[in-house]
Design a protein around this ligand. Structure first.
Ligand code: GDP
Length: 551
């Protein structure tokens, strides 16, 4: 049996969520840099991003897939050097088309960092992801990024939290300067200013708060104390008695209030200019929950229908949720799982209670920013990727073979957009079916159907961009040649009438039609009998210009 490397109290499973372009990718990348896993900082949109797993994500400069990356945090002042924190970053996509992926990630993480654009404050998609996180009771801290950007305004960003999200959120830091003059960060709790002393913002030193900001810093500390005291009786008592509140007391109260979803600490920085990310990581460990700080995950015993609370505990039977299937170019199918309780060893068997199958876990991997490590065992509260699970799809429960449980699964909404996809050849048809099956296993918000009237294969999903990417992946990963267009609708009536009056269909192959290689010719039918529409159209899409007019 392997040894647990990180105690549960020192584990954080977090997500980074944001409106698109607020800087989620850049912030994530800096986190990975400061946690020591990336040795070169890459510009996101130059395609050097470490989290963007797949080729097209890099090309498009957006993050689609929700993978998990394991990082190790030693502390801004190396204060955790001896007992570092394990921070698993569950990547949440930033585009609104992928809100389903965001929900899936929220299901398995314990806390989140909401990244705001300091010049824009709360934006429409910030509201969307914020609401989703509220649904799943996810404690959050807020990182006001881009403080170096033209128009950056920290006070405005704080105000936008109140106005647009109507939450109890206050600054625990204050920026010194903004836009080109954004220089350093004041820690309102300790009333110290921190200035970077090297280019990459790796080393910082504490200094006195500049004289012209002293009053402001004190006032903002009071605002913070009042906001936290409002929801924390211990702090309120001290505050009312007029006692001095120590750094430790304030931090402890902020932690309690944040875990209770009654308060949201706000931080300032610029990921791009390497400012504030390390302090934000300290806030992640200070204020966001570990696996033991969150409500137990509720599972059901399929035999008795009784509810069972899953609390992270290595000595309990194994129970996990498969939250993401990815096809990795090197190792094939990866099943990302969050282990709620118990442990799982590579080579052992698990019960998939959702599909009622028994599966063997081949290998277990932990993904880091630039490498992956094979692990012998994954412990409760942790995240790992399994190789070898062939019948497991997103949202499935995986449990010990002799302790079967069904975990509360994820819900996937109905798709909102549909496109017709037409393979070029018969061979492409087979490849298309295979591709659709694989992609739907990875992303249950992506679905495919055949329209019985037109015979068209229709793919459906949460937005245009998602379908675009799916079609792109079909080409790249599955070599499917196909054309895509708007689905055809309701020509049946016109056809049937015409056919029965004066024609018959002849199916031809040969690459002419607008949508594919099957099209239809009309010619007089001596017998005066026609074919039913469905007979004639099987396997083909009828271009609009071939629809005969009704006499
Ligand atoms: P995402 O869509 O939220 O993942 O945002 P990205 O991290 O891809 O960033 C979007 C754009 O904003 C990119 O051009 C980044 O270089 C830029 N950006 C990110 N962080 C900062 C920052 O702190 N300051 C400035 N000025 N630009 C930033």
């Amino acid at each position: 049996m392997a040894k647990r490397e990180y105690p549960l109290e020192r584990t954080r499973n977090i997500g980074i969520m944001a409106h698109i372009d607020a800087g989620k990718t850049t912030t994530t990348e800096r986190i990975l840099y400061y946690t020591g896993k990336i040795h070169k900082i890459g510009e996101t949109h130059d395609g050097a991003s470490q989290m963007d797993f797949m080729e097209q994500e890099k090309e498009r400069g957006i993050t689609i897939q929700s993978a998990a990356t394991t990082a190790v945090w030693h502390g801004f002042f190396d204060q955790f050097e001896k007992t570092p924190y394990r921070v698993n970053i569950i990547d949440t996509p930033g585009h609104v088309d992928f809100t389903i992926e965001v929900e899936r990630a929220l299901r398995v993480l314990d806390g989140a960092v909401a990244v705001l654009d300091g010049a824009a404050g709360v934006e429409p998609q910030t509201e969307t992801v914020w609401r989703q996180a509220t649904t799943y009771d996810v404690p959050r801290i807020v990182f006001v990024n881009k403080m170096d950007k033209m128009g950056a305004d920290f006070q405005m960003s704080v105000d936008s939290m109140h106005e647009r999200l109507q939450v109890n959120a206050e600054a625990i830091q204050w920026p010194i300067g903004a836009e080109d003059d954004f220089e350093a960060v004041i820690d309102l709790i300790t009333q110290e200013a921190y200035y970077p002393v090297d280019e990459l913002g790796e080393k910082w030193e504490p200094r006195d708060i500049p004289a012209d900001l002293k009053d402001l810093a004190e006032e903002k500390r009071n605002t913070l104390i009042e906001a936290v005291a409002d929801v924390d009786d211990d702090l309120m008592e001290k505050y009312l008695e007029g006692e001095d509140i120590s750094v430790e007391e304030l931090k402890a109260a902020i932690r309690r209030a944040t875990l209770a979803l009654q308060f949201y600490p706000i931080l300032a920085g610029s990921a791009y200019k390497d400012k504030g990310v390390q302090m934000m990581l300290d806030a992640v460990v200070d204020y966001l929950p570990g696996p033991l700080d969150v409500k137990p995950y509720i599972a059901k015993d399929p035999k008795t229908d009784e509810e069972v609370d899953l609390i992270a505990d290595d000595s309990k039977p194994f129970a996990a949720l498969a939250f993401k299937i990815m096809t990795d170019p090197f190792v094939g199918r990866l099943t990302f799982m969050r282990v709620y309780t118990g442990t799982l060893q590579s080579g052992s068997y698990v019960q998939n209670t959702s599909s009622d199958t028994r599966e063997r876990v081949g290998r277990l991997l932990q993904m880091h920013a630039t490498s992956r490590t094979e692990i012998e065992e994954v412990f409760s509260g942790d995240i790992a990727a399994a190789i070898g699970l062939k019948n497991t799809t997103t949202g499935d429960s995986l449990t010990a073979v002799d302790h079967q449980l069904i975990l509360e699964s994820m819900e996937f909404p109905e798709p909102v957009i549909e496109l017709a996809i037409e393979p070029k050849t018969k061979a492409d048809q087979d490849k298309l079916s295979n591709a659709i099956q694989k992609l739907a296993e990875e992303d249950p918000s992506f679905r495919a159907t055949t329209n019985p009237e037109t015979g068209q294969t229709l793919i459906a999903g949460m937005g245009e961009l998602q379908l675009d990417i799916m079609v792109d992946r079909m080409r790249r990963e599955f070599n499917v040649e196909a054309t895509v267009g708007a689905p055809q609708v309701a020509y049946r009536e016109a056809f049937t009438k015409t056919v029965q009056a004066r024609g018959y269909f002849k199916r031809q192959s040969g690459g002419k039609g607008q949508y594919g290689d099957v099209w239809i010719e009309f010619s007089p039918n001596e017998e005066g009998a026609g074919f039913e529409f469905e007979d004639a159209i099987v396997g083909g899409v009828v271009p609009r210009e071939y629809i005969p007019s009704v006499e």
